[in-house]
Ligand binder design. Sequence first.
Ligand code: ATP
Length: 451
Amino acid sequence: MPAPNFDVIVSLAKRRGFVFPSSEIYGGMAGFWDYGPLGVELKNNIKAAWWRHMVHLRDDVVGLDASIVMNPRVWEASGHVAGFSDPMVDCRSCKNRFREDDLKGKPSEIACPNCGNRGTLTEARQFNLMFATHVGPVADTASVAYLRPETAQAMFVQFENVATSMRRKLPFGIAQIGRSFRNEITPGNFIFRLREFEQMEMEFFVHPRDEDRWFAHWVEARHAWWTDVLGISDERLRLRPHEADELSHYSKQTTDIEYEYPIGWSELEGVADRTDFDLRAHAAGSGKKLEVFDEEANEHIVPYVIEPAMGVDRAFLTVLVDGYTEEQLEKEKRVVLRIRPELAPIKAAVMPLLRNRSELVERARALTADLKRLVPAMYDDTASIGKLYRRQDEIGTPFCVTVDVESLDDGAATIRERDSMTQERVSLDLVPGRVADLVAGRTGWQGVPRE
Ligand code: ATP
């Protein structure tokens, strides 16, 4: 099935409580979105999967959670105050704004892509993407500070504190998950390009001689994470090395991991070789030495940095787009969000076959409580079983557990698996453990088709 278009995803996301427009009752705000009850669960699961693989399963990466507002000198030294800008073009007629690199030609020679008028586009001027604010009671130039446009700089600025307190030797990495802010000229495509978003970045410090080896390692490791851990289809992923003329000012080589969205191939994550650019810039800015001792060469060196950097919101969008499937059943169409059980907001939904039989309702509620101790689970009896299954399929719940009249005699319930729709009959007291094992992948599914 081809990737669904964004409208389908935006509508599902809103209808089922994944993502809402920010401050919607006031008309929303371009570039800002809120994660609803199911969205926050999915987002947390994506972040946990990243943290587990980048930090917990490795012994050469540690974490950091830095403040969003930092000393403004950080952004002077990093080059963001002078250079973190996009070329902006205005239309004098319809007042729309564009990024010059999105236009198909020179502003003076083409018609406005919005209103179609000719000769109305201005020349490009540089527009700094950092949100500025003021710290303290006086709003003057001395109190200007910025909301960070990337999380990476904190890892460079705290490099020495982390290395010393954790007794790190090269190679080692510092990982961080946190909000970033960019005053994007053209936010849009749902949560693809936001003005407030979340990033997961890891700065991996290596000896300069090992730069290429670690760059190749991280490109491969990050690609494998998307397919093996998040379960994203490999045929919709590709690696795209940057051409020399598109490299960022700090980068010697960059490879993007791109996904084939309904809007075309676009960046999901970038792996950049930042060399010693940042540590040297902050050493110059702060007057501190940001070096490590290399025992082999018996000298102090400034490490090189390999950086895998990605956006949580884009990962979220990718999981929704990639998981969305429509299937034609005998009598009806079903929408299934085929996402890994590990990512699903709810792992199991319990439902009594008949909601007017109090014994069934009681057992189902008790079972839900038992399940909740092990995995996120919910009880639902607000519709017929068929409808309840469809609702759970649409939000990606991997298992539904039905308590039926037979359960009163045999003390068992039916577990139904989302993708195959096959079923297992399992003793009620074993259901929570079985579901937890299945979700964690500790055991395989052995369902049989429904009679
Ligand atoms: P672009 O050139 O498209 O503006 P970028 O190359 O500057 O983006 P990076 O600075 O490399 O992006 O950011 C790393 C990751 O952060 C991106 O791969 C993306 O997943 C995410 N990201 C960047 N900007 C945004 C944004 N405005 N909204 C959502 N996610 C973003």
